[in-house]
Design a protein around this ligand. Sequence first.
Ligand SMILES: Cc1cc2nc3c(=O)[nH]c(=O)nc-3n(C[C@H](O)[C@H](O)[C@H](O)COP(=O)(O)OP(=O)(O)OC[C@H]3O[C@@H](n4cnc5c(N)ncnc54)[C@H](O)[C@@H]3O)c2cc1C
Length: 370
Amino acid sequence: MDEFDAIVVGGGPAGSTCAWQAERLGLRVALLDAKQFPRDKVCAGWVTPQILAELELDAHEYAAGGRVIQPIRGFEVSLAGGKPARVTYPEVVSYGILRCELDAYLLGRSGAKLFLGEPLRTLARDGGAWVVNGALRAPVLVGAGGHFCPVSRQLAPDARATEPVIAAQEVEFALDAEQARRCPVSPEVPELFFERDLRGYAWLVRKGPVLNVGIGRQDTHDLSGHAQRFLALCESLGKLPPRTPPKRHGHAYVLYGQTPRPLAGDGFVLVGDSAGLAWPQSGEGIRPAVESGLLAARALAAQDLESYARAMEARFGRRDRPLGPGLSDHLPARIRPWLVEKLLGNALFARRVVVDGWFLHRGQAALPSR
Ligand SMILES: Cc1cc2nc3c(=O)[nH]c(=O)nc-3n(C[C@H](O)[C@H](O)[C@H](O)COP(=O)(O)OP(=O)(O)OC[C@H]3O[C@@H](n4cnc5c(N)ncnc54)[C@H](O)[C@@H]3O)c2cc1C
């Protein structure tokens, strides 16, 4: 039996960040993931610059390895089909990355002992310690297995019954030279298309040679229909190149404050999507995954798991009173479509509320990485 201070289940940004930070704080960490890396993850792949600081990741160094890290200097915001408001900045406000590259990079440098291609098969308690797959033993378990995390499922089996889920679908593909030349989507200005009922939005994100087109909705009914209609709109606007691959990939996640999944319990913590932490207004999940990983590692090192839950609420707000409702919750249903079209077409609203506030959290500094 291999003995560790902590076992992390899942090697996405939440798990690899937690393992990296815990190792730096002197803990011995085992990390297992069901997949071999590099592996892909359904995701538009835009990340805020605060994440780079939190991960001590230098954009030039990262790119020097041949990886894609697309500087983003703005967003185009519209009500789908309506006139867009273009919000740009002189500086880089975000980056576009490929998840197969970023996740493998973070995992590789984590310092943890890796067990890849190895799903969690068995989880047992033995004298106050966890035993994973009959081979790894540690006093603390970190659930970082994403939305369907087996740790979260086993240790909080009832939590999912009531939680509303965001369902999303996307297509990501490399543009050939001709497609890249003709593609009207600027790599520096991704495009966001809000749905008329404000229950979701769609996007076009171009990252180096890759185009990602997708949609996420709070209402899971007929997601495929919404995706189909959005792709048709993109085609009619000339945004999608001919020969765009037809196959869409789907995934789900949960917004912060909308799930009873616990953050910490007896001998375990949940981080990232395993705990349901995505930002309510934008659905951004990588930054909460990274930040929860950092905060969980500190709690592990302090041997005070409950301090992780307190630190998360201090950072993101109380879970029973999260950061605030979305735009649609403020507006009377009768005039909503009319008002939304006016607001999203307004340059000041698009800049201050949608991009600065919901998407970039410009007012919120990075967490110190140590
Ligand atoms: C379509 C879509 C677009 C998105 N776009 C963005 C975006 O642009 N920006 C953003 O910030 N967020 C985005 N998100 C959200 C973001 O992808 C997630 O919040 C983020 O990946 C969460 O990271 P994580 O480490 O918690 O989980 P994951 O990245 O899901 O990693 C979980 C890991 O656990 C492993 N695992 C699962 N089950 C087991 C098991 N049984 N045993 C062992 N290992 C297991 C998996 O193989 C995986 O490697 C998007 C989500 C979707 C669905």
